[in-house]
Ligand binder design. Structure first.
Ligand code: PLP
Length: 362
């Protein structure tokens, strides 16, 4: 059996360190915004090279808090991609704004920067590029467009912790970056967790207030906020994993490159644009033979998945407002994309087993 991600194996490798630190945190009983949360925020900010890292309850909340902090509100339009997890658009909706979808590039599967300007109206206030599957969106084109039209950029970094564009880190390029610590993410905790990164002092201050009941001083509430704080025990786990994240990302790249060497003549392997570093949250291929490949993998007990089977503009939740939206590349991609198991500890033997199974199916 080969899972999409082997969290059991990773936990067994880290067990002594995690268990010791969890027991220590339990003994200290400072469970809300405690010392591990505060230290993790400093360590993550330093690791990413950003001024502020503010944790919260999930990646979805990170997007919501960042949009609130940026002042995005009802009547505003936010440009994004439909080839993403629904949370990207949910957060836009939470603040009363409208998601406006732009098609993706057929090779990187990231938002097509060449199509952004045509989608800008006098209501557009922000762009949310999603660094899909761990490959940075084309920030070198997106930032100049945003600056030209006076738009804010909020990066969806849920799948890109540690990925860079040149020397710049994703999450530190736009006004804010929104990270997810969902267990299967490259940097994942053992429950839900998220974080907003920013180099902007005012945004950081607002996120801090909104995540904690609109309060900067205890029992003084400046605005209606939320209860969205990272759990102290999750911070313990993240502090342990943060020490290994660079190595984890490198190992994911090793796995991906081994896959690509073996599969390049059989399926369309992920395209690395070499503008940014792809840190392979997912290893996603395109193929006309998806059904046959998935059946063969499942038969051998090898996990496989479609990220994403339905683009956001075709979701029931957005049915009415998107009935006239047409995104040909996105719509074609969802018919052919499939993701293979990828995790830092994956062995060459396991990779070969996956590749041989795929070869036998086509
Ligand atoms: C692109 C993207 N955005 C946002 C999220 C939301 O993160 P979370 O599950 O931590 O709320 C996810 C998580 O799956 C994601 O993949």
């Amino acid at each position: 059996m080969i899972p999409m991600v082997d969290l059991k194996l990773q936990y067994n490798n880290l067990k002594d360190e995690i268990d010791t630190n969890i027991i220590d945190a339990l003994g200290k009983t400072q469970f809300i915004l405690g010392p591990n949360v505060q230290t993790f925020e400093k360590e993550a900010a330093q690791h990413l090279g950003v001024k502020h890292a503010l944790t919260c309850a999930s990646g979805t909340d990170a997007l919501h808090l960042a949009l609130l902090a940026a002042g995005i509100k009802e009547g505003d339009e936010v440009i994004t991609t439909a080839f993403t997890f629904i949370a990207t658009a949910e957060a836009i909706r939470y603040v009363g704004a409208t998601p406006v979808y732009v098609d993706i590039k057929a090779d990187t599967l990231n938002i097509d920067a060449d199509l952004i300007e045509a989608a800008i109206t006098d209501k557009t206030r922000a762009i949310i590029p999603v660094h899909i599957f761990g490959q940075p969106a084309d920030m070198n084109s997106i930032m100049p467009i945003a600056n030209k039209h006076n738009l804010l950029v909020i990066e969806d970094c849920a799948q890109s912790y540690g990925a860079k564009v040149g020397s710049e880190i994703t999450g530190g390029i736009g006004l804010a970056g929104c990270h997810s610590f969902f267990p299967s993410k490259n940097l994942g905790c053992y429950g839900d967790g998220g974080m907003v990164t920013t180099n902007d002092d005012a945004i950081a201050e607002q996120v801090k207030i909104y995540r904690n009941h609109g309060s900067s001083e205890r029992y003084h509430h400046d605005v209606i906020g939320y209860n969205s704080r990272l759990d102290e025990l999750q911070a313990v786990i993240l502090r342990v994993k943060l020490k290994y994240i660079d190595n984890y990302n490198n190992e994911r790249r090793r796995v991906a490159h081994s896959y690509s060497a073996q599969l390049k003549d059989i399926v369309t392997v992920p395209f690395e644009d070499n503008v940014g570093t792809h840190i392979y949250h997912q290893y996603t291929v395109l193929t006309e033979k998806r059904d046959a490949i998935m059946a063969a993998l499942s038969e051998k007990n090898i996990a496989n998945a479609i990220y994403y089977p339905i683009p956001l503009h075709k979701q029931k939740a957005f049915e009415t407002e998107c009935k006239n939206v047409s995104l040909p590349v996105t719509e074609d991609t969802v018919k052919h994309c499939m993701s293979l198991p990828i995790f830092p500890e994956m062995t060459e033997e396991q990779i070969k087993q996956v590749c041989d199974t795929i070869k036998s199916a086509v």
